[in-house]
Write a protein that binds this ligand. Sequence first.
Ligand code: SAM
Ligand code: SF4
Length: 451
Amino acid sequence: MEHVNILKEYGLFDAKVPRYTSYPPANRFEPNTGAQMQENWLANVPKNTPLSVYVHIPFCRRLCWFCACRTQGTKTLQPVDVYVDDLVSEIKEVTSHLTSAHRMARLHLGGGTPTLLTVSQMTRLLNALDQTFERASNFEFSVEIDPTEAAPEILDLLAAHGMTRASIGVQDFEPKVQHAIGRHQSFEQTTQVVARLRDHGVTSLNIDLLYGLPHQTKETLKATLKKVQSLQPDRLAMYGYAHVPHMSKRQVMIQTESLPSPIERYEASLFARELLLAAGYETIGIDHFARPSDSLAKAAKAGNVKRNFQGYTDDPCATLIGFGASAISKFPEGYVQNAVATNAYQARLRSGRLAGHKGYVMTAEDRVVSDLIDQIMCQVCIDVQDLSARHATFAHVIGQIAQDLQNRFPKAVNLSNGKLRLRPSMIPLARVVAACADTSLHANYLHSAAV
Ligand SMILES: C[S@@+](CC[C@H](N)C(=O)[O-])C[C@H]1O[C@@H](n2cnc3c(N)ncnc32)[C@H](O)[C@@H]1O
Ligand code: SF4
């Protein structure tokens, strides 16, 4: 109860703060600037740079009510076929702006539902990528898989094309919860998909779960986690359900009154966390878990975990190229987001342009905030010395911010030996602390420090 009071005092249960999957968040990118930035920054990518590639497939045959991802329903595969053609032309267009050959170190297919593609559509997409980018020796290939939309032949094809990690959407196995969120998926279906992947030697498995859903209780969570553990995933994401019906219209199907209170959400997350720790998983950042043998857990120990649009990653690439409607690319210079609506994305490509629409140039100040927030979100700690060494001009600001956070959250953090650490029971406050550092850096220091 003592912990709950502290979290309450520091605003956890009322906070509306960014998810910080990127800094700055995508809502700060500027419209109509992206294509020019994309053209310039693609041309700047040094020869033979290892690239991370993301391909967005926005289509789903079913639209789950809880989902806040950039998706669109489709009853037929005809629009998907046209979209794959557009992806292939985007790959060619982007390549024409790169000045030399590059290696692909990571490939992630996300959505929506990438496994909705037919074998011939997926083959066309993967061949286009392989003809463009040579695979690096440490190449990793991951795919988001909805077990209710994963035909055996598409799993076989992905495995044959070298898929190394499958990220499987589960959310919850309790029928009453599934009914309330408009997503029906049996344990048997999921087990069959996992077995097929394992038969193909896809050893790395991630499972996505949600807490904060209607009708979830400790008993249902425990039962879901027991089933999930029997699938032996290497990684788990335990996201808090984000109820944002003003942004994701289909969420109006979920009755607000049926949702747990903020304190019940917190207790559910704590309960799940304890079960996962007892099962031998280690925490990664604020909401991911991994077995100690998994590369993400090893990267976390070495301080090399980063935040990306899919959660946490050990991807070392400085450049991420995003293909598809709404996909975001990250360059050392800043961010570019493709046109979000599928028809706007297609119109750009068909008029011979790059698909970038929004863009953002990172300033020196943004890089300080970005690195500081990354440390809070990934290591739940600010290493003042390390950050100051990387941003010498801002060293005094960084030290001051750590002290300010200690003063603002004395019962949640501990500043000693140049490190400001969140106490383990206070990890749920990470985004609140990050948002406070973000606001405070802008309001009090950065602009004056920059002159
Ligand atoms: C883009 S979805 C793709 C999953 C895949 N199509 C499937 O259904 O299995 C990736 C993950 O985002 C998470 N997600 C979607 N909507 C969310 C929300 N409203 N709040 C929190 N997480 C959400 C879910 O855990 C989901 O598995
Ligand atoms: S959870 Fe997956 S299948 Fe459901 S709507 Fe979202 S992306 Fe589509």
